[in-house]
Design a protein around this ligand. Structure first.
Ligand code: BYC
Length: 470
């Protein structure tokens, strides 16, 4: 197991000290990152002591240590999972050949583009969430937000390391650009649309960490299969950190459902207007938020029929999540039939891998919904939360811009336009959710729209002062 060296300016387990040129280049990027964090990271909490976990090893057991840290002092570093001895390429036309330790010339620009796209999402999410600290529903939640933020910052470091170490001058330029684009910026937006959507309330944060971070899990898992071994090792360790982000989303939404059900019981009605008047998120409103963030995240898998996905798989750059669980790793003989607006279309399986991944992602998304629906059922209500169809509100692929309802039916455009506000949050819905976002910072106390978590962080009490604001 490779240990992490914390005595260096940039903590790492890649023996950075042995490559002075690389070390100098990254040390040159480090102050730019810190400046970006100061300007674009969480506002106004730079002096707070936050109970954060920091990676201390890449071993699955006991990899993190917890303690109070001021965010600007967080030790962002470069951590790769341990190498697998004599690792072989696990899919595509070069299956069985040794994994690459360097970037093959012919794949250089495609691989760089994949790494840049992945890297771009990490600081984007920090930018999207930068104001949320001011409206935290509890210190426990505030701490979780900051934990996610520092780890997304570290995930940026992970991609910047690959760019610096393996892509020379172009890589260094791309690393600078990663700090130059900004979420929602009209001139220099982030690359993928979801990462330009504002996250200005905590309900959106929980939906984002439930749906969008789960896309992150799928994309990282597919890059963890890559023939380019440094990318694979980097993504494998990022996945360790990613689990907590999805946990925040899933438990956050569970707590919202729980509190809403309590309020419905207290006031003796499920009338959405009365639930709102009592200061909780009515279930139809939650459904609208789920529709919005799920449909936005579905676009992150790319086009249903994609020559990029075919080329990336065939060449070994990007596999399917858990590639070893499939029988056929070459896919030259298989086809896939998918529903398109004109009917059905059968395409080579290689070209449909974005869709294959989107389908398994949706199955994974179902797990939380089942849990929340059980809570609702146990409370004696008939309402059920659902996932929108993958044809709803799409901006990529054959269903782009078509008037499809959340159940997947094509509608008349005028009806669709009239009804859209019933399916995704309207301005009034967002204004109501914003009105709930009152900051609660007394240890152990929760805002009225969310139930307390079942347990605290790292076996500490829920009442623990997870963020000391001073
Ligand atoms: N918005 O053949 P296509 C995470 C572009 S989240 C805007 O359809 P392809 C995280 C696409 O780039 C995971 N543009 O798709 C979560 C391409 O342009 P180029 C992030 C889009 O290439 C929470 C063109 O359309 N990681 O980690 O097969 C917090 C046609 O492409 C979009 C990755 O995404 C869109 N939604 O697949 C923090 C992994 N979709 O390249 C972090 C790396 C597509 O021809 N990226 N386009 O100019 C990839 O694997 C692929 O680029 C995509 C697209 C899956 C995104």
């Amino acid at each position: 197991m490779s240990s992490i060296n914390y005595s260096e300016k940039i903590p790492n387990n890649v023996n950075l000290v042995s490559d002075r040129t690389l070390q100098r280049a990254l040390e040159h990027w480090q102050p730019q990152f810190l400046q970006w964090w100061g300007e674009m990271g969480p506002t106004d909490f730079l002096g707070a002591d936050v109970y954060l976990r920091t990676a201390v090893s890449v071993d699955a057991e006991g990899w993190a240590q917890y303690g109070a840290v001021k965010m600007p002092d967080y030790r962002w570093g470069i951590f790769l999972a341990d190498p697998v001895a004599e690792r072989k390429i696990g899919f595509g036309d070069a299956m069985g050949q040794p994994a690459w330790q360097q970037v093959p010339g012919e794949y250089r620009s495609t691989l760089r583009r994949l790494i840049v796209t992945q890297g771009d999402t990490e600081p984007a999410s920090v930018e999207q969430q930068r104001l949320l600290g001011h409206t935290c529903p509890s210190l426990y939640d505030l701490r979780n937000l900051f934990q996610i933020n520092v780890e997304e910052g570290r995930h940026l470091w992970a991609m910047v390391y690959l760019l610096h170490a393996y892509f020379g001058r172009d890589g260094r330029e791309e690393a600078e650009e990663l700090l130059g684009r900004h979420s929602g910026d009209t001139d220099k937006p982030r690359i993928l649309t979801t990462f330009n959507e504002p996250i200005s309330d905590w309900l959106s944060l929980f939906c984002f960490t439930y749906f969008t971070d789960r896309d992150g899990k799928y994309q990282l898992k597919s890059l963890a299969e890559s023939a380019f071994d440094p990318l694979s090792r980097t993504c494998r360790f990022m996945l360790t950190e990613e689990a907590h982000h999805m946990f925040v989303g899933e438990t956050g939404l569970s707590r919202v459902v729980k509190r809403t059900l309590e309020v419905m019981k207290e006031i003796g009605t499920d009338d959405p207007a009365k639930v709102r008047a009592a200061g909780a998120v009515d279930l139809p409103l939650l459904q609208k938020y789920l529709n919005f963030w799920c449909s936005s995240s579905l676009d992150l898998f790319g086009n249903e029929i994609s020559s990029n996905s075919a080329a990336n798989f065939a060449s070994g750059l990007k596999g399917r999540p858990d590639e070893t669980t499939y029988d056929d790793h070459v896919l030259r003989e298989k086809t896939f039939t998918l529903k398109v607006p004109q009917g059905e279309e059968t395409v080579p399986m290689l070209n449909a891998l974005n869709e294959v991944m989107r389908e398994s992602y949706l199955k994974d998304c179902e797990i939380g919904l089942k849990r929340w629906n059980r809570q609702i059922e146990r409370a004696g209500h008939a309402f059920r939360l659902t996932l929108p169809s993958s044809r709803f509100r799409r901006s990529i692929g054959p269903w782009t811009g078509l008037p499809v309802d959340p159940q997947g039916n094509l509608l008349d455009k005028s009806i669709y336009e009239k009804k859209l506000n019933e399916w995704i949050p309207s301005q009034a819905d967002r204004a109501f959710v914003h009105s709930l976002m009152q900051r609660v910072i007394e240890p152990g106390k929760m805002a009225g729209w969310i139930a307390p978590p079942e347990r605290g962080i790292n076996n500490l009490a829920i009442e623990y002062e997870y963020v000391k604001l001073h």
